[in-house]
Each structure stands twice: as C-alpha cells, then as structure tokens.
Design a protein around this ligand. Structure first.
Ligand code: FEO
Length: 157
C-alpha cells in the first residue's frame, strides 16, 4: 500500500505539471481565463499529492519522491486540451479505484476510508472536465463565444 501511495503521489504531482503546462499554453494563445482555471487545477493537484504525503507521514511510512515526467506542451485547440484533461481524469479515477481495491485486499480499512475523499473528488473532477468539453463543442469556431467563456473561467478562485 505504501509503495502504491508513493506512486500515486507522483501521479498527482504529474497532474499538477500537466495542468500547469496547459495553463501556459492558454496564456500563449491569449486565453487568460482558461489559463487561470488550469493554474487553479494545478494547485489542487499539488494539494492531492500533499494529502497523500501527509497521510503516509502520519502512518509512519516513508515518502520516496521520484522524478516527474515532462508533460506535453502543445495542443491543437482549447477543445483538444479539455479532451486531454477529461481522458487524464478518467485514468486517475481508474488508479484511485485500484488503490481502493488494494486496500480492501490488504484489509487496510484506514487507507480504504482515507481514499474515499479521492473517490468523491474524482467524480467532481471528471464532471468538471466533461462539462467544459461539452461547452467547447457548442462554442465551435465562435471567437466571441469563446471570449465569453474565457471570462467565466477567469472567475475560478
Ligand atoms: Fe488529483 Fe485531478 O485528480
């Protein structure tokens, strides 16, 4: 379980890197509201990593930090970014579910309870990404509608 949680910390930190890279991509195409949304997303991912980090420390387990892979840096469009985001979150949900299965197999009820927060969080994460994908599909090629949406996303705190 300890090893698996260490691996998940790396995934969460990679997720933070991934969204930070998306944030700077959005800045480069002058969509600062989207960039803001992604920067906040990146911060949330670091918080997810820290939740696991603190849990392992509290359990008197070791945290071994390994290298974080480089994220992609370019996408074709905002829709491409959010399809990538949605796919990434679905992958993370699968990883969290595997951690829960492992906790059950190892009869580690404390970790199973700890992971419930992440199970719920993933429902929200997938929903947020999927909503934005749908909205971007509706927006299509409309620059003015994209600008309105960008403004909306600039309000995420
Ligand atoms: Fe930490 Fe977006 O899952």
């Amino acid at each position: 379980m300890e090893k698996a949680l260490n691996k998940q910390i790396n995934w969460e930190l990679y997720s933070s890197y991934f969204y930070l890279s998306m944030s700077t991509y959005f800045e480069s195409i002058n969509l600062s509201g989207f960039a803001n949304w992604m920067k906040i997303q990146a911060r949330e991912e670091s918080e997810h990593a820290m939740k696991m980090f603190n849990y392992l420390v509290e359990q008197k387990n070791r945290v071994i930090l390994s290298g974080i892979a480089s994220p992609p840096s370019d996408w074709k469009s905002p829709l491409d970014v959010f399809e990538d985001t949605y796919g990434h979150e679905k992958r993370v949900t699968g990883l969290i579910n595997k951690l829960v299965e492992l906790a059950v197999r190892e009869k580690d009820s404390e970790t199973k309870a700890f992971l419930q927060w992440f199970v719920k969080e993933q429902v929200e994460e997938e929903e947020n990404a999927s909503k934005i994908v749908k909205r971007l599909k509706l927006i299509g090629n409309s620059k003015s509608k994209l600008a309105v949406f960008d403004k909306e996303l600039s309000r995420r705190k």
